[in-house]
Design a protein around this ligand. Structure first.
Ligand code: HEM
Length: 224
């Protein structure tokens, strides 16, 4: 691949995936308001992004984005200049996402595909009640890393494709205020899933929780 093709492929795949990510993070933010609206939004959005060709395209865009990122990282090896803080944070977010995102997809999609038990609000709520010490930091970092990576990455990707985003969203308060606000909303949404903002239904009483518990007991019985 020539020198321009790699950043361009990474930019296009990142922009395509970010169409889903912005909808997905909006869905997460809606948990601040309540479970009913979260579930209605998710059911409606799913009707689009889980249409087979679109879902395969979404996963393909993600894989291409991660692979081109790794190739560019390898090409940078040995560079001596220290990048600015915002760019370093963008890269740390990428490393976290690359490690966890495929596990996240499997954990949320396999119960739906194998046991007809999609997560909805109750599934995220179940995870937070089942293993709180793991899922609170894991989901907080996932949401904040996704938000930061998209906010920093979208204007950069547009720039690679020759579209200059306004300066106001690229740096300074126009960048940090929405990112900081978005991070606070992710944390507040998790408190909603956790039952700290409003009353929630028993998080262990839903199909997603039952599918996980059945799988867990199947594997623990099998290992005895
Ligand atoms: C606090 C943050 C997050 C929460 C609570 C969360 C929750 C969920 C839930 C409940 C689903 C299942 C959705 C459905 O079946 O319609 C899901 C799927 C998914 N999530 Fe997340 N997510 C978070 C952050 C992220 C981030 C940052 C990314 C990517 C960078 C991501 C990527 C995905 C993908 C690709 C799917 C599968 C979509 C599909 O193929 O249907 N998520 N997530």
């Amino acid at each position: 691949m020539n020198n321009r093709a790699l950043p361009q492929t990474q930019a296009v795949s990142g922009l395509l995936f970010s169409l889903f990510l912005l909808v997905h993070l909006t869905n997460t933010a809606i948990a601040v308001i309540g479970p009913h609206l979260y579930d209605r939004f998710q059911a409606a959005a799913r009707g689009v992004y889980q249409w087979l060709l679109l879902e395969v395209g979404l996963l393909a865009a993600l894989v291409v984005h991660v692979v081109t990122g790794i190739l560019r990282m390898r090409a940078r090896r040995g560079a001596r200049t220290k990048p600015p803080l915002r760019l370093r944070l963008h890269r740390y977010a990428a490393y976290y996402l690359a490690v966890f995102v495929f596990g996240h997809i499997a954990a949320t999609r396999l119960p739906a595909v194998l046991a007809d038990a999609p997560p909805f609000f109750g599934g995220v709520s179940f995870s937070l009640h089942f293993l709180p010490w793991f899922f609170y930091p894991y989901y907080a970092l996932l949401g904040i890393a996704g938000l930061y990576h998209a906010f920093y990455g979208i204007p950069v990707a547009l720039g690679v494709l020759g579209v200059r985003a306004p300066q106001v969203i690229r740096r300074g308060t126009g960048f940090w205020v929405p990112v900081g606000l978005g991070a606070a909303i992710v944390v507040t949404a998790l408190l909603g899933f956790g039952g700290a903002l409003y009353e929630i239904h028993d998080p262990f009483d839903n199909d997603f929780a039952r599918a996980y518990e059945a799988a867990a007991s199947y594997f623990s019985d099998g290992s005895r």
